[in-house]
Design a protein around this ligand. Structure first.
Ligand code: SF4
Length: 269
């Protein structure tokens, strides 16, 4: 997409800060081979994703949830909040008491997501890590601090975007969420996207990419390429935690983020 001429400089996060791989996020403790570019893993390719192909049950549950949310929103409207904010607050309230999968039993806090309810750009990661679980906020560990720098490098702030994850509760020992957990939590992400109605979604890492773009996608192959679905532009890129482990991924992510910024500016033009 054409640039508007604004000069984007090599970001501060290229300067080798970088706590070690223990970012507190699930993909982020060195056990997510997909994030390391090794997404040919039998675990992901052969086990995780085929089960998500046809998920009629989830669709039915989503409809039930939608009805519940509509009811809650009608009865719990708060003065001074937009319809989007009220809808998101109702969704968040439902998420905080959710027991649709086993992750609820072991997490400290449900991490729903945060940011601008009218955001034109959403960032979707994998799931809460240790620090996120502790604070109840997305991307607040080392990977989150790097995400802040990535945003700043292209002139964005958290206030302008919305940040969430595929699953809202931390998997024990930062393991990869399993297919049942992803399917159980997907209605929340779908509902967030529906309410925020972003123009651009940045998929941070392999799990978000496969959940939102293509269940067979390989992040190393499609990273940096735009994908359009239902009027939304999707940009897959590496998870910030992958950059902490492998600084050579910083430049490709920066290139991807420049494309995101340009698309954002074109939307505003
Ligand atoms: S991970 Fe999602 S589906 Fe599972 S308990 Fe938490 S909010 Fe509910």
């Amino acid at each position: 997409m054409p640039s508007n001429g604004r000069q984007l400089t090599l970001p501060i996060w290229n300067e080798g800060e970088g706590p070690a791989a223990d970012s507190g996020n699930p993909s982020h403790n060195g056990d997510d081979s997909a994030e390391c570019g090794n997404d040919e893993s039998g675990l992901i390719q052969g086990v995780l994703w085929p089960e998500l192909a046809e998920n009629v049950v989830v669709r039915e549950e989503e409809q039930i949830m939608e009805h519940r949310l509509e009811t809650e929103t009608e009865t719990e409207g708060r003065a001074g909040e937009s319809g989007n904010e009220q809808d998101l607050e109702a969704l968040k309230a439902a998420c905080h008491v959710c027991d649709r999968c086993v992750l609820q039993a072991t997490c400290t806090h449900v991490v729903f997501g945060e940011g601008n309810p009218e955001a034109k750009i959403m960032f979707v990661g994998e799931g809460p890590g240790r620090e996120e679980d502790k604070q109840g906020r997305p991307f607040v560990g080392a990977a989150g601090q790097l995400l802040d720098k990535i945003l700043a490098s292209v002139g964005l702030t958290r206030d302008e975007v919305y940040i969430t994850n595929v699953v809202k509760c931390r998997p024990p020992k930062n393991r990869m969420p399993n297919p049942d957990e992803i399917a159980a939590c997907s209605p929340y992400l779908d509902a967030q996207i529906k309410r925020i109605d972003p123009s651009i979604i940045v998929c941070l890492g392999a799990l978000a990419t496969r959940t939102l773009i293509d269940k067979n996608a390989k992040i190393t192959r499609i990273r940096g390429e735009w994908h359009e679905k239902d009027g939304i532009l999707y940009m897959p890129t590496f998870h910030p935690a992958a950059l902490l482990r492998d600084p050579s991924k910083k430049r490709p992510v920066w290139e991807d983020m420049k494309k995101v910024k340009e698309a954002f500016q074109n939307l505003q033009a």
